[in-house]
Design a protein around this ligand. Structure first.
Ligand code: KIV
Ligand code: ZN
Length: 397
């Protein structure tokens, strides 16, 4: 039984297809070494990623080796290799995933007018024939074949339906409609899947998949809209790395589903407590920093500085946090001491540092802390200790 059969029999299960090692690595400057790829893949496997797209085997001998070795070592995840619609690519991908417990060939071709005319320089009928030929060839090598319509969201609808129908007829179990250039909007993408699944006669024989790029900053929203339109596979990358503005971020998708189950009644198999470590691992392997305010895994995602927010957080954590830091593998919320911090947060910080000051001493320490915070960008615990200790020492003299 392929993962596609499993998903089709379980209505609210969404499969996570991670392409950090393929589309993610395609972003300028994000190249990873062979060992780094193996480590990332092992971690994703352990984290519960259903399908790991390990690379593009025809691209280089190194890519082929990495996909083959990841396939050999995979424990639970399906391992996918990417292939264009030609025999050389498909055979090489088949060879690379051959040793996986469960291997997938992911083959694709462009279907939009602009790509067919200028990039492929082919007529639509030729492209349609290649869809049939490439999927059939891949299906002779493995049980699990995914077909993607590159630039699917800018493809003429009737032609897209014909390609999808042909791909399913030739044996594709997963149909992916990428928003290759990050052009679509949530409503439009959802409607596209609803219409496609209605119009294609054999659509119930496949799992539909989203693959969104972030050129307009809507990759995650579009991916989730695709799921509400009937898709049950989401293609994404850790930290959202990928071509140009990147791909949909895995951690954001997973936590949106976890946190808003009331409006997104689905589930994934991801161990969310591993998300922060995954982010750090990919950031260090690629040398791509994670922006401080990045949702879920950014340094500030669970940090509060304003007095009003810190006061709220001390009274009840749900005032300003919609998920717990522990749920994504962060030890605890941090109340960052700065010029915006108020008395309540300062008192709590003193308690944490082991001080119990009387009213006058507290007021004095608080005023000096505010003066310091105006001069200094970061007030560390050591600064606060120094400020209180100095006063206590003077009082003792
Ligand atoms: O963005 C895209 O269209 C792709 C395909 C190769 C799936 O990455
Ligand atoms: Zn892509």
């Amino acid at each position: 039984m392929t993962i596609t059969d499993e998903v089709r029999s379980e209505g609210d299960r969404v499969v996570i297809f991670d392409t950090t090692l393929r589309d993610g690595e395609q972003c300028p400057g994000a190249t990873m070494t062979f060992e780094e790829k193996l480590d990332v893949a092992a971690f994703l496997d352990q984290m519960g990623v259903d399908i790991i797209e390990a690379g593009f085997p025809i691209a280089s001998p190194g890519d082929f080796e990495a996909v083959s070795e990841i396939a050999r070592r995979s424990k639970n995840s399906v391992i996918a290799g990417l292939a264009r619609a030609n025999p050389g690519d498909i055979d090489r991908a088949g060879e690379a995933v051959r040793h996986a417990k469960r291997g997938r060939i992911h083959t694709f071709i462009s279907t939009s007018p602009v790509h067919m005319k200028f990039k492929l320089q082919k007529e639509p009928e030729q492209v349609l024939q290649l869809v049939t030929d490439s999927v059939a060839r891949a299906r002779n090598l493995v049980d699990d074949v995914e077909w993607s319509a590159e630039d699917g969201t800018r493809t003429e609808f009737d032609f897209l339906c014909r390609c999808v129908e042909a791909a399913i007829r030739s044996g594709a179990g997963t149909i992916n409609i990428p928003d290759t250039v990050g052009y679509t909007t949530p409503d439009e993408y959802r409607d596209l899947f609803i219409r496609l699944r209605e119009a294609v006669p054999n659509s119930d024989q496949a799992v539909f998949s989203v693959h969104c790029h972030n050129d307009l900053g809507m990759a995650v929203a579009n991916s989730l809209a695709g799921v509400t339109g009937g898709c049950r596979q989401i293609e994404c990358t850790v930290n959202g790395i990928g071509e140009r503005a990147g791909n949909a971020a895995l951690e954001e998708i997973v936590m949106a589903i976890e946190t808003r189950r009331d409006v997104l009644p689905y589930h994934t198999g991801i161990d969310t407590k591993m998300l922060t470590r995954a982010s750090k691992m990919v950031s260090s392997a690629t040398s791509f920093p994670v922006q401080f305010n990045k949702a879920i895994v950014g340094r500030n995602a669970f940090a509060h500085e304003s007095g009003i927010h810190q006061d709220g957080m001390l009274k009840h954590t749900q005032t300003y946090e919609i998920m717990t830091p522990e749920s994504v593998g962060v030890q605890k919320t941090s109340l960052v001491m700065g010029k915006h911090s108020g008395r309540n947060a300062f008192r709590s910080k003193l308690k944490e540092l082991g001080y119990d000051l009387g009213d006058n001493a507290f007021e004095d320490a608080f005023n000096r802390f505010k003066a310091l915070a105006d001069r200094k960008k970061h007030v560390f615990d050591e600064d606060i200790e120094a400020l209180v200790d100095e006063k206590l020492a003077n009082a003792a003299d």
